[in-house]
Each structure stands twice: as C-alpha cells, then as structure tokens.
Design a protein. Sequence first.
Length: 490
Amino acid sequence: MRMGMRRDSRLRVLFAVSELAPYVKIGALADTASALPAALAGLGVDVRLLVPGYPQVIDGLKSRGRAAVLPSLPGMPPAQLLASKHPTGVQLLVIACDIYNRPGAPYQDAAGQDWPDNAPRFGLLSYVAALLSTGASPFPWVPELLHCNDWQTGLAPAYLRYVDSTRARTLITVHHLADQGLFDAAFADRVGLPANAMSAGGVEFNGQLGFLKSGLQFADRITTVSPTYAREIQTAPLGMGLEDLLARRSDVVSGILNGIDTDTWDPDNDPYIERYYNAGRLAHKEDNRRALRARLGLPDRPEAPLFAMAGRLLDRKGVDVLAEVAPRLVNIPAQLVVLGSGDERHEARFLSLAQEYPDQVSVKIGYDETLMHQIEAGADIALIPSRYEPCGVNQMYSQRYGTPPVVHATGGLTDSVLNVTPKTLAAKTATGFAFSPLTGTNLLQTCKRAADLFRNRRSWRQLQKNGMAQDFSWHSTAEKYLELYRNLLR
C-alpha cells in the first residue's frame, strides 16, 4: 500500500508526546515538546505535534476542528482527532477521548498514585501515533518520520513493527530512563498488540508489558538528551535494567543535548533582575549580587563568593553531599543560597543550616520564578552536584548569566561544562568546574578551587565570558536533530 501523502520538499515529522507547555507540564519534557518542534519548523521541517486531549489541553485551544474519526481498539472508547495550532505556530493534533477527561496531572491522581488505566490511556496515544504514520491513516497528512518521546509513546514503534502497511521511520528520545512504563502483561491484549508481541524479543520486560522497552526494541533510532547520558545508560547502574538491550543496539543510540529558551533566559533583557548586563558589561552583574543579598537578608561581602543551588532537593540531585559539606563551604569564606523543594529531610537539613549560619546561608523552600532569575544573575558560582543528570538546564542558565557552575561530571553536565584547567584557561575555553566521583571531599575541594579563581578578577572575567559565549539555543539542538532525521531517512 502506498502512503496517501502530498509530496513536497519539506520533511514531514510527527512529534508524539504526553505533555506540552503551556497546557500541561510535569517536567522538562513539556518545555522540550514546545520548543524543539518550533525550532524544527524554523528550519523548514513540516512538523506536527500529537498530544492526548487532557481537559487543560482542550480548554486551552483557541480554535479547533475535527480532523478525523479514529478507528477504535478493542475495549477502548471511541476517539476523534482534533486539529488546532500551538502558540508557537506549530500545527497541533489532539486525541479527544473520554479516557483522558479527568482532573489533575496526566500520570497521577491528587494523592500521587498512578492512574490505574495508564496502560490503555498511553497505549491509545502510541496507537494513534503509529496509525497516523502508516498508509492506513485516516488523516491526509502522513509523516515520513515519527518522533516518539519517553515511555508514554513507547508502544508506537511496536505497533508499527506488526502492521502490514507502508510506514514512517521511527525515532524515540529517552528523556529519563528511570521512568519505564511497566504494566501487567494482560494489558498487551487490551491495547491491541498481537499475542506473539509479548515475548523477550518484543514488548515483554521482566514478565510485564514494558512501554519504554518496546520503543527501545523497535525504534529505528534511539536518542537521549545528551551524548554522555547515551553512553552511560548502556551500562549499569544508569541503564536501569535496560543496559543490555541498549548496548546491543549501540549503533543506533546517540545523544543530542537539549537547549534552553534563550529569550526568557537572557541577562541583557530579563525583567526579573535588578540591572541588565551582558559579556561586555559584566560589572553590572555586581548590582544584581548586591540586590540578591539584600533580598535574602545576607550581608554584602564582596570578597566572599556567593554559591547557589536551585532545584529539586532529592538524593539524585546530590543535595545530601552538599548539606554535608556546607559548614566547611561557608568557612572558605563564602555564602550559600538554596532554592528548592523535595525530600522533607533535606528541606529540614538546609533550614537548620540557615538558622545556624544566618549571615552565610539563606534557604527558600519551594519554587519562585522571579527569585530563580535573580539567583542566576546575582550568584557568583552555581552548584549542581547531581548523582546523574540526563541533560540538565541550570548549568546552561548559569553560564548564560556569567555564573560559572561547579558540577559533578555526569550526563549532560559533562557535555555542557568544560572544566577549568591551566590548558583550558589559557585557550579561553573553560566554562566551569567539574569533578568526579561525587564525594563530599571532591565537592568541597572543587568549590575551594572555584573560590580561589574568583579572587583572580582577570581570569574570572574571562571564565564568565567563555560561558556566556556558549550556544545553548534550541536552534542549535534542532539542527542536530534535522541532520539525524535526514540520515535516518536515507
């Protein structure tokens, strides 16, 4: 069967995803789904977004029309395909179905429990993504390539493996391997997969139906959100049980670093900060440092570097190691600001440190967008000691704001921060400080190394400028994906 598609010079890509800013956001995936397709469209790609019709998506559409009636899977409610447009201008396809019509977050209820029917809910998303990518599609626009994202779309490559029709090539991006979408094996029948699919060479993983495993098994290409993470997940422990499969398919596994919104995160045009600045006006950053200290109630001590950590207070972010060394860190001398929320024991530990060292430690529990921008602009050194980090964005924000980061050398942190050494300083390529393995001793020694360089104003200015010159835009990321798409279609 031939695909009933229009022929033109534009590459056609269907981008299937389970969350999408500004409608529904749980993590960085929603921002990626908004920014990357828009950047691809800017490069001339004919890209469409496919998302479930959660209430917040349907209610957020300014206009919509019915694009197609979708054939039902056995045991599934009927569904329709709606056509609309994302605020970025990218064409948007929405699956309207009662199975998505419920309040709260897309994956869990208000009590934080997984919705009991997540398998059919995201099985439907995968099924529709696959259907629209075949010659049997009820929608006239048919993609050449289907780009899946995380476990929620992982069954789509499996569906395409078992269809008797022309089909698009497939790519799946792993944003976080720890979330795998594992369900009772009986769900395989309900989501319309053939009986022989439930095998070790198919969609079965440790006796369960594995959505992400299915995508990794059958997609034509596999990407992650950084090159180093793509290598790390091919071995334990970061392979999370899938390392053997990924290692066997290593020839189709690669990593492309995510981007950031360089319009929102721009110190030369940031409405949240005290004073605009850029690489040519770095002296103005000091005004932001004074304003940040004043807001936090810290005394203004220009000779003491202001370290900052902003993010989730979880073990995987290495905050336990930071808390362990904080009393010695502030005796460098230095000051420390922490913004974030997460594990209650970590929250309590940092609040206790703030009480013990009121002139040196400030802690704000929760998330404050304005304060986040002010921290990036006002801090001297960013702290990102994550145990593992598929990509990460804070280190990119920090470099863009002339705030060199101290990072544990893992995942995307390795790929986006070039460690300070005599050689990289001389070459004017260093952008921050990296260390490994993650221990309190190594973190503290690296912080001391950063504080020592901070006192060398000439070298510090050059380090700041190096970081601010890095291109972390989505345009750069999109160019790499477009090259991968073209190679895949060849």
